[in-house]
Each structure stands twice: as structure tokens, then as C-alpha cells.
Design a protein around this ligand. Structure first.
Ligand SMILES: Nc1nc2c(ncn2[C@@H]2O[C@H](COP(=O)(O)OP(=O)(O)OP(=O)(O)O)[C@@H](O)[C@H]2O)c(=O)[nH]1
Ligand SMILES: [Mg+2]
Length: 380
């Protein structure tokens, strides 16, 4: 039997807006987990046995900046936990947002939308349902909808699906007058209506965030390795035969593949690191530099390792997304060679020494290398 897909709905909004009341009003609700922060401030997940909906209750946006930041941090932490889940499970992540605003609190709409955008930053294009809570007064409803619409109109990046006025729990005005609950079914139905779109967006978001995280970690490793390369390479003999950099390059290549969790063979790593392309590129750079010596050698070693690292990251990413097959060793080495040859650092290194040949003699290789990296980051 095919498993029924559930929608994971993040419930956000101002403090006291009625998020928890709304969640409780959905039939068959039970708490399944408490994730995130300590006892009082944690994110709670509620699962409905009636609707295929899982509600993620958050701490409301308070007036104090510190507490607003806490809510945002909670959601980010929850996001991170979701990313560490299985890659293609359709069950994890966040599919939609119920953004709760109290009908009577119009002035805070715009500010809270900004906070919402911060909290769900990685979840681009996620379907958002604006829930106008405590919609006790029928007369106020059209005006409230208009106010919410206007607030969202100023934030064009939000994928707003629908604005739904809700009364989650009966509201007693006096012995004779009571306002009956309303809007819950509509909210659930409208949310489930966009399940296919929502799951697709969720999966794209998770895939993108996972890649961004891997790239970030891998970039950090490359930065560390290049710093070592600059030191190792700074020897006063004609160019460091790439042999002296080989252990570093081997380690770097393996770590990057590990960060991406891709399968690689020892043969592949040996082929990449032993490829003549690395020495060729190093020689090309050196030929174009008008001076020679330990400083130049150190900088060039850094540039080579940097170019290799960036190129291996590109390859690991292509392997991870199944665009490149690591068992095809020649193809993979070719892919990396092309990237190394075209790496921005090659041109930037040459151009640095062309412009600053004289001053460079008095500088430390690390200092020069850092300014070259900075110049290419600026051009990006
Ligand atoms: N009668 C009635 N009371 C409501 C309704 N929605 C919210 N309330 C009341 O409003 C107050 C705040 O509601 P909560 O659901 O705790 O609000 P919250 O958004 O979860 O607040 P935080 O957890 O502090 O962020 C409570 O006293 C609720 O009983 C509703 O639909 N009907
Ligand atoms: Mg609450």
C-alpha cells in the first residue's frame, strides 16, 4: 500500500496570535515530538489523525528583538535537522506555512512578515497561507483581508496562496452570544490542495540547502589546504615539482569526496592528483610571471591547490547530482582538468605579479595569496 503523504506545515506568527489554539482545533491532534530548544521554548510537532497534516508549532514572534531572534533560530535549527534526514524522503522538510495574524493587530502585519521571511529564508517559494485568527467579527473580515493583502503586496517574494479567516475555538461574548468555530476545514483543504506543488518545492529547497551546506564545508577545507600549500610550496628551488604537494592534494581530494558522501576509488584520486594537468598549469603560471623565487613558488602552490580544490568540489557536486560518473576515471579527470585550467585564480595570480612584481618581493606569500583570492571574490 502506498503511504499517504503528509504535509508538514510550519505555524508562525505573533505571540498570542492563536497558533497553539489553531493547532489544537484540528481534529485528532497528538504531539509526536519535541524538537529543538530546551523545555519551554521548543518546537513541538503535532500530527493529525484525521488530516494528513503535521503542524510544527513555534514560539510566537515577541516584541523584544532577542526573542524574535530566538524564534528565527529555532526554525533554522529545525531546518538543519530536517536536512540531515534522508535525501529523498517526501516526508521531511517544510511544505507550507500557516502565517497567523490576529485580526485586531493590523499594525504589526508588515513587521511580522519580515520576521517570517527571515525564519524561512532557505525555504524559497514555499506556499504560505495567511490565517486571520480570532476572526470573531464578521464585519471586520473584509477589512482584515484587505490589510493582510496589502502587507503581503509589499513583500513580493512570498508565495501567498490564500488568506483565510478562522475562529479556532468557540468564542463566548455573553450568555446568549457565542461565535462558532469556522475556517478550519477550509484551511486544511486549501493547504492539502497544493500538496504536489508544495512537496516539489520542499524537495528542491532541501536539495539546494544540502548542496549549499556541503559547498560551504568543502570551501572551508580548501581554504585550509591552500594555506598549507603556500607554506609547503615556498621553497627557493625552481618550481616545486608538484610531487611535494601531492600528499596535501590527495588528502584534500578525499576529504571533499567524503563531504559530498560520494563513492570514489583510490585509482580515481591517484589519477586526479597525478594528472599532468596540474604541473602544466603550474608551469603556465610560472612562465607568465616575470620574477622567480620562494615567494612566487609559495603563491603558485597555493593557487594550484585552490584551483584543484574548487575543481574537485565541482566534480563532487556533479557526481552527487548524478551528472558525472566517478567510475569513469578519464572522464572525471578530464572534467577536473578543464575546471583547473579555467580557474579564475590562474589569471588572477599572473595578473597580480605582472602588476606588483617589485613590491611582491617584500611580502609574505600568504599575504599575496590572500589578496589574490580577495580580488577574485570581488569580481564574482
Ligand atoms: N475563544 C477563542 N480563543 C482563542 C482563539 N484563538 C486564540 N485564542 C486565545 O488567545 C490566547 C492565545 O492563544 P495561543 O493559541 O496560546 O496563542 P499562540 O499564538 O500559540 O501564542 P504563543 O505560543 O505565545 O506564541 C489564548 O488565551 C487562547 O485561548 C479562538 O479561536 N477562540
Ligand atoms: Mg503557542
Amino acid at each position: 500500500m502506498e503511504e499517504v503523504k503528509k504535509m508538514n506545515v510550519l505555524v508562525l506568527g505573533g505571540s498570542g496570535a492563536g497558533k497553539s489554539t489553531l493547532i489544537r482545533s484540528i481534529s485528532g491532534i497528538e504531539v509526536i515530538t519535541g524538537v529543538g530548544e530546551g523545555n519551554t521554548q521548543k518546537i513541538d510537532v503535532y500530527e493529525s489523525n484525521t488530516w494528513p497534516i503535521r503542524c510544527i508549532d513555534t514560539k510566537g514572534f515577541e516584541y523584544s528583538v532577542f526573542e524574535q531572534w530566538q524564534t528565527i533560530r529555532q526554525v533554522k535549527k529545525y531546518t538543519k535537522e530536517q536536512l540531515s534526514n534522508k535525501k529523498y524522503s517526501s516526508d521531511t522538510g517544510i511544505d507550507a506555512v500557516w502565517y497567523c495574524v490576529e485580526g485586531t493587530a493590523r499594525r504589526t502585519f508588515l513587521h511580522n512578515i519580515m520576521l517570517m521571511n527571515k525564519a524561512i529564508k532557505g525555504w524559497k517559494n514555499i506556499p504560505v497561507f495567511a490565517v486571520i485568527t480570532k476572526s470573531y467579527s464578521e464585519i471586520d473580515i473584509p477589512e482584515n483581508i484587505e490589510a493582510v493583502q496589502q502587507a503581503f503586496a509589499k513583500s513580493s517574494s512570498v508565495n501567498l496562496k490564500k488568506i483565510i479567516p478562522v475562529v479556532a475555538e468557540e468564542y463566548v461574548i455573553n450568555e446568549e452570544v457565542r461565535v462558532a468555530p469556522k475556517g478550519i476545514e477550509e484551511l486544511c483543504l486549501q493547504t492539502l490542495d497544493c500538496i504536489d506543488e508544495a512537496k516539489k518545492i520542499n524537495q528542491e529547497n532541501r536539495a539546494r540547502m544540502v548542496l549549499e551546506q556541503k559547498r560551504f564545508t568543502a570551501n572551508g577545507t580548501v581554504v585550509g589546504a591552500t594555506a598549507s600549500a603556500v607554506i609547503i610550496g615556498a621553497v627557493p628551488v625552481p618550481f616545486p615539482d608538484s610531487v611535494i604537494l601531492m600528499p596535501l592534494e590527495t588528502g584534500l581530494t578525499k576529504i571533499i569526496f567524503k563531504i559530498y558522501g560520494v563513492d570514489y576509488s583510490v585509482e580515481l584520486v591517484t589519477a586526479i592528483v597525478g594528472s599532468t594537468m596540474i604541473t602544466t598549469v603550474a608551469k603556465t603560471i610560472l612562465k607568465s610571471i616575470p620574477i622567480a623565487g620562494a615567494v612566487v613558488n609559495g603563491v603558485v602552490a597555493g593557487a594550484i591547490v585552490f584551483a584543484l580544490g574548487e575543481s574537485v568540489i565541482a566534480a563532487a557536486e556533479a557526481i552527487y547530482t548524478e551528472k558525472l560518473d566517478p567510475t569513469k576515471i578519464n572522464e572525471t579527470v578530464e572534467f577536473i582538468s578543464e575546471k583547473v585550467k579555467n580557474s579564475a585564480i590562474v589569471g588572477a595570480t599572473i595578473s597580480y605579479f605582472e602588476k606588483n612584481a617589485d613590491e611582491s618581493q617584500n611580502k609574505k606569500p600568504k599575504e599575496i595569496f590572500d589578496s589574490i583570492v580577495k580580488s577574485i571574490n570581488k569580481n564574482k
